[in-house]
Design a protein around this ligand. Structure first.
Ligand code: SF4
Length: 369
């Protein structure tokens, strides 16, 4: 099936630029990959003028043709629930606009900033936390154009010596070519107090062909570089994705994963365990499990906190310790752990609880003050 499409569209499968050029952006193109349901058709029609959507041929090749509940399909194909106004939903619940200092710099924590370098992505994930920025055509973040000068952004970072960590995000920074990325990274490297540079990118998942040896060579000139990616389901851990992560790791780039807890995508223990242990097999360390933000157009993915905690209880102690992510909610006050305490104290003493909910009193802890 893929071979037919490659011939028909003159798509060069292993060339990321060819994949981007041949992204699926119309109903007719989508019908070449899956049997589109009536409700998906309706959502695609409603998206016009409201939300962007596009899917790389690579990611489309992971979708189940006839299963509307396919986790890849749920993340990539518009759904009518995106157009329902859910209680409490906001465009920017994480407060990017509150902490925005320049066109691209958001300074929320004392020692680190994010740079929203682009509003473009390879696939417009339906659950994107920055939907107002990436996908919502009415709510673009950049007031003028994405091409606006970078000088004020670099000046802000250079004039704040407490900033030691810069995260490039967006949108997906890897949508830019290597030259543009090298321009940004090399400028940041000229600022002495910037110790580490992180890149937030879903390309290893959505278009792993983007992680070329040339790109990795470029990154390796500017260490320490970390790359945070975003696998949500074990189906996404393909040989191509594994090879992309392997290339980054072999070039000294530390690769970590942050997942989002998404209703009917990964909100069950078996899927989550399989995802997290699968990531260890490709040497990618899980570090955050985000509770899905109540973003306008995304609320239908939000699960209950109880469900998240139930999953966490099934992870801690049952799989390798460093496969267990931190369960976090992002707010305007910053990231806050949602995981319950396994320590408490009362008049009798200090208590610890293990993964089987067995308690023990540890008096010596109280003795040290
Ligand atoms: S790649 Fe990242 S920034 Fe882009 S739509 Fe997906 S989640 Fe949002």
């Amino acid at each position: 099936m893929i071979a037919t499409k490659i011939r028909k569209h003159q798509l060069v499968w292993d060339d990321w630029k060819s994949q981007l050029k041949h992204r699926i952006t119309t109903l007719e193109q989508l019908k070449e990959w899956i049997n589109v349901t009536e409700s998906e058709e309706q959502a695609i029609r409603e998206s016009k003028g409201k939300y962007r959507w596009s899917i790389t041929p690579y990611y489309a090749s992971l979708m189940a043709k006839d299963d509307v509940n396919c986790p890849i399909r749920r993340q990539a194909v518009p759904h009518p629930e995106e157009f329902i106004a859910f209680p409490g939903a906001e465009d920017d619940p994480v407060g990017d606009t509150v902490y925005r200092k320049t066109n691209r710099v958001v300074h929320k924590y004392p020692d680190r900033v994010i740079m929203l370098v682009t509003e473009s992505c390879a696939v417009y994930c339906r659950h994107c936390t920055r939907k107002y920025h990436t996908t919502d055509l009415n709510g673009t973040y950049f007031e003028q154009s994405e091409a606006v000068s970078w000088q004020a952004d670099f000046d802000y970072i250079a004039s704040h010596p407490d900033i030691r960590d810069v995260l490039l995000t967006g949108g997906d920074p890897l949508t830019y070519g290597d030259d543009k990325l090298e321009f940004i990274i090399s400028r940041l490297r000229q600022i002495k107090h910037v110790e580490i540079i992180r890149i937030g990118s879903r390309y290893p998942v959505l278009l792993p062909q983007r992680i070329t040896p040339e790109f990795c060579d470029m990154l390796s000139k500017y260490h320490p570089i970390w790359l945070n990616t975003h696998f949500n389901h074990p189906k996404e851990i393909t040989p191509d994705a594994a090879n992309a992560c392997d290339r980054l790791l072999r070039h000294g780039v530390v690769v970590q994963n942050q997942s989002v807890l998404l209703k009917r995508v990964n909100d069950d223990l078996e899927t989550m365990r399989s995802l997290l242990t699968g990531l260890l097999k490709i040497r990618v360390r899980p570090y955050y499990l985000y509770h899905c933000d109540n973003v306008s157009g995304v609320s239908h993915f939000v699960t209950s906190v109880e469900k998240g905690r139930e999953i966490m209880r099934g992870l801690l102690g049952y799989i390798t310790g460093f496969a267990v992510p931190q369960y976090i909610i992002t707010t305007k006050l910053g990231k806050i752990p949602l995981w319950e305490e396994q320590f408490h104290c009362d008049q009798e003493g200090y208590w610890l609880e293990n993964y089987r909910q067995e308690e023990m009193r540890v008096d010596y802890l109280k003795a040290y003050r």
